[in-house]
Design a protein. Structure first.
Length: 130
């Protein structure tokens, strides 16, 4: 990506100077500006500026809204609770009640096929179970 040098980019920067985000108010401002830019067809300069704002917003949100890392079992327990499920409801994912029990009790690790089925069942990223 080449550095933008046009007057359009300069105007965007002058209107909303990009700085490291330290406050929620600043994050909300950048998010609003980014939403306004991306809600229409953007010029090259606007895309460049939107990319800068995206990096600044992501940096702030990763630091302030990062979710705690959960074990695969903790993730399954949470998802089961959110969906009102019991272990028996996951037999279709694991294949047998004994396997569900072994996984939930930490006696057996998840395999790739089970992770894929859990991901599909709960509509979440497979990464959640690693």
């Amino acid at each position: 990506m080449s550095a933008p040098t046009s007057r359009t980019y300069a105007k965007l920067v002058a209107k909303t100077p990009p700085r490291i985000v330290h406050t929620e108010k600043q994050n909300e401002l950048y998010t609003t500006v980014l939403y306004d830019l991306t809600s229409r067809k953007m010029t090259k300069d606007e895309r460049e500026f939107a990319a800068v704002l995206t990096l600044l917003i992501e940096d702030f949100e990763e630091k302030h809204y990062a979710l705690p890392k959960a074990s695969p079992i903790e993730a399954i327990v949470f998802l089961m609770d959110q969906h009102g499920l019991k272990q028996k409801d996951l037999i279709d994912v694991f294949g047998a009640p004994s396997i569900v029990s072994e996984v939930m009790n930490g006696k057996r690790d998840l395999n790739k096929a089970q992770i894929a089925r859990l991901s599909e069942r709960f509509h979440v990223s497979p990464e959640l179970f690693f």
